[in-house]
Every structure is written in C-alpha cells, then in structure tokens.
Design a protein around this ligand. Sequence first.
Ligand code: ZN
Length: 420
Amino acid sequence: MTGAEMHALVRRLYPLCRSITGDGVRETLRIIGEHLPLDVTEVPSGTRAFDWTVPPEWNIRDAYIADATGRRVVDFAESTLHVVGYSEPVTARMSLAELRRHLHTLPEHPDWIPYRTSYYQRDWGFCLSQRTLDALADGEYEVHIDSTLADGHLTYAEHVVPGRVSDEVIISCHVCHPSLANDNLAGIAVASQLALHLARQKPHYTYRFLFVPGTIGSITWLARNQHRIEKVKHGLVLACAGDRGRLTYKRSRRGDAAVDRAAEHVLSGRPHRLVDFSPYGYDERQYCSPGFNLGVGCLTRTPYAVYPEYHTSADNPDFVTEEAMADTLAACVEILAVLDRDRRYLTLNPHCEPQLGKRGLYDALGGRSDAKQAQFALLWVLSYSDGEHSLLDIADRAGLPFDAIAAAGDALLAAELVKE
Ligand code: ZN
C-alpha cells in the first residue's frame, strides 16, 4: 500500500466518532477489517482488569447548542470534537453564563476546536473555537446531547501474522480518538500496511497487531493475556505516525531491549530523535509497567503533546502526509526486519580464520560493488560468533549495516562455518 492508500484510509476513518467504547470503534474496526482480517473481542462493561473496570459503553447520535431562534451554533454533525467524549445525555435551556461552565476553547488558537474527554467522571460539555464562543450573544440557549451511557462492551481487535515460531512481536495502536488524524488514524493506517507487508515476508516471529482503545484497552488486553505474556518477546507502539516532523523513538523501560537496539541501529541512518522511557505517553506505559516490563518501545514522528495541533481540530487529514506515513512504514519495516533476523551464531571453526576461498565464499561475491563490505562482514561475523554476540551486536561493533552482517551470517550458515 502506498502513502496515497494510507492517506485515503485516514480520510475515510476521520469522520467517525470514536471513543474508548462504542459503535465508532466498531465501525473503525470494520473498515480496517476490509484490509486485513481482524479478530474482534467484546469485553462487557463492569469487567475488572487489574485495578481498572471496563466502563459503561458510550454512544452518541446527535448534539448541539441552539440559540433563541433555534439556529445550531455548535453542531456535533459538523465535528465529532464538538462534544466532550463520554458526555452524559442532557436536554436543557440555560443562560450563556451557566453554559460557559460546560464550554471548552483554546484562546491561544482561536480557530481550533479542542479535544476533551471525561471518561471516568460523569459530566457533559461542548468544545468549540474561541471565535465561535466570542460571537455568542448573551441570552438563553438550548443544549441537547443525545447520548447513551449503558452496560455494553469495550471492543478491541487483533490481527495475527503467523511466523515460523510462536514467540511474538506485538504492534499496538490506539483506536479511541474521534476526528484526529495524526494522533491515532495515521498509526492505524501504518500498522495496517505493516501487517500486509509482513504477511508477504513469511517472518520468523509471529506478529500480533493490537487495535485497542488507549489505556483501558491495552490494560484489558494485558489482563486477558497475562497467562501467555511470556510469548511476547518484542513490541512497538505506533502513534503520531503521519506528521511532517522527524521520527522519534522512545525506548522501552528496560532501555536496552532488542527493539531499542534495533530501532537505534535503523534510525541512525535517518534524521531522528531518541528519548528514554517515561511513564506517560501511549500504551507503552502499560506494556512496560514493572509487572510486565516488556521490551516495547514507541515509534512516533513528533511526539505526543509536543506539536500545537495535538488534540485539536488542526490535527486533521491535511496535517498528515502520504510521504510521512510511507517513511514511518519504511522505518517500521526495517526495525522489524532487524528484530526478525537477529541471531546468535557460534563459529564451528574457532581456531584461526577458516579458508573462505576454498568454500567459494569470496568467489561468490566477486563483481559485486559491495564485495568489500561483504568480505568484511564475513570476517566480522566469524570473529564475533562466539555465542556471546548477536548479529546486531556485530553490526554495531563493525559499523556495518545490519543487512550486510545478516547476509554474511546466512552465507556462513549455508557453508556450515557457523551454527545457531
Ligand atoms: Zn491522544
């Protein structure tokens, strides 16, 4: 899938009113399911997940503020951001002074609508531009939110790309934000493409893609998969995958997990920024919590909350680009390729260098423009395949691309000069 196709998916998902539960998430998963088969799980409201409880399901059909003439001055039909997520139903008339308590604006960006939620505290509210608010005359307004908060389900989905081994790599993205493009839809689009790409690769690891509502979704998934969590060897949280900024990799809490080293190796070849783990951000907070402490990093472009458009109506499909999503996808592909091919070999010929020429290992490389690099790679792999160093260790030590080292490993394995 090209950047154009990913952008088309972002635009298609953009109008839906997603939240941590409800039909917006289901419809989102249904549309993703047109591209890759999903295994959807519905977890009933009230289900305990560690210290959390799956909340009531929220659905919304309509919402508006109307002036004395009946004109809708704020209308949910125009933007899903206009209603505070998880607003309880309300039908009332009130003065502008009373109404203000329930209104949220961004005075520093007077044309933008903020994104607000109130998941765990019963409340209702509207988000609007400061300019709209400033234009409202004093007087009485009608407010109406046609929503329901009722026993239902939390919905999440998984897609599995089977590998040669059952050990897993998880790729997780959140699906709970309404009309916000970079902060969830770009990650969803890149993850979907990544899954399709991996399926063509016949990978070593099994790859499990998680499309989960932020926080409560990953916590619920972890609670339901605690018994098999030792299967998860590596992982990546994908978010903010489509803005024009450079790539940012946030290390796992461990800081030196294989995924951290793979990401650093791959990103060293591009403009990027590396940051250490912190206990805020996306679902890496849960995957890296001390009881799990998984080797899960987080790949974004501009990190969460750092760009002014973050959590506002300015994070729209124009804010994300085809090129940026294609670049994020390419980086993911490379990082996972390193993880997938990294091995620890043991040389079977440890006493002095083996004679490579008589095994055709020099001849086989003749004429290739990268023959010199390939020769060096063979010598590096032979020298460091002592059972202590992985191919990635060797690539970093040699200052050579992982691909060259892995290819040398393949050639030496075929020549029976090393074993796994
Ligand atoms: Zn967000």
